[in-house]
Design a binder for this molecule. Structure first.
Ligand code: G
Ligand code: G
Ligand code: MN
Ligand code: NA
Length: 256
């Protein structure tokens, strides 16, 4: 709980928190397709703490809504800065936790930040995991997502294939993109089960007219397999790690 108080303070001061960005690329020619914002916390004594550990803590103790608001605000400011500087015109994708969707004010918070920085909703994508989509506490998820999508936000299902993976929601929910979880990518192309699952997801996505981003692409063999299977986009260490803003900017200027 000491950590929780420290997180509360970090949020109040804003100095220990930072958004890193990981670029996403089109497989055919490598050009920039998008960026995912990933939260980082530099703890004064423990060093960098992974969001995989402090986000569940924030969710359990009522801090996730404020943390999520901070992410929305910072991401909008960054999109605006990159557009003004001519650095990047692709959407930034943020991760949305169940708590944010359950509390009714997500839409208002998004609208306020977009308006403040003059950013179109199309430039701020929302990533939700399957468990969020199936969380019964979130009430009428479908209606909420339709509202967010109608406002112009692209919607992605994160870590696709690792949750409950009900195919029914793909039909009902207004989704634009699937992010194939890196668990299926790791052993490509040798693992025949993963290869079969990947091909099937890509075929299904084509039929449903959904984009697919393969996550965790680390090798050229994985990339070549995904390209041959018709996957359009990738995110992974082969292309870029999550980086600080200055490093992303330097790389994009170099590659431009
Ligand atoms: O970047 P990294 O691999 O350390 O992220 C670990 C986990 O934390 C991932 O599941 C990622 O989706 C999640 N995460 C990173 N940033 C955010 C954020 O801003 N909000 C939420 N809800 N989850 C995040
Ligand atoms: O759950 P989500 O997909 O939002 O989490 C993204 C996380 O995946 C980030 O924390 C990032 O560090 C991690 N990641 C991104 N690309 C790769 C990769 O190529 N390999 C591995 N092992 N992790 C990756
Ligand atoms: Mn994600
Ligand atoms: Na993911």
């Amino acid at each position: 709980l000491e950590l929780l108080n420290e997180l509360r303070q970090a949020l109040a001061h804003g100095t220990q928190l930072e958004l890193f960005y990981q670029t996403q690329h089109y497989l055919d020619d490598g050009r920039l397709a998008g960026m995912e914002a990933l939260l980082r916390w530099y703890h004064p004594t423990q060093g960098m703490i992974s969001p995989a550990s402090f986000i569940p803590l924030a969710e359990r103790h009522g801090l996730m809504s404020a943390l999520g608001d901070w992410v929305i605000e910072r991401a909008c400011a960054q999109v605006a800065a990159w557009r003004q500087q001519g650095v990047s015109f692709v959407p930034v994708w943020i991760n949305i936790s169940a708590v944010q969707l359950i509390q009714g004010d997500l839409e208002a918070k998004l609208s306020a930040s977009l308006a403040k920085y003059h950013v179109p909703a199309a430039m701020l994508g929302l990533e939700l995991t399957e468990s969020v989509l199936l969380d019964e506490r979130a009430g009428d998820i479908s209606a909420r997502l339709v509202a967010l999508r109608d406002k112009g936000h692209p919607i992605a299902i994160d870590d696709f294939g690792t949750g409950y993976s009900s195919m029914a929601y793909l039909k009902q929910l207004p989704v634009d993109k699937l992010k194939l979880d890196r668990a299926f990518v790791r052993a490509l192309p040798e693992d025949s089960a993963d290869a079969a699952i990947t091909s099937a997801v890509l075929a299904m996505a084509r039929g449903l007219e959904l984009d697919v981003v393969a996550e965790g692409v680390e090798t050229e063999e994985q990339r070549d397999f995904l390209l041959a299977q018709g996957c359009a986009m990738v995110q992974g260490f082969l292309y870029a790690r999550p980086e600080r803003v200055a490093d992303v900017e330097a790389r994009l200027r170099r590659d431009a």
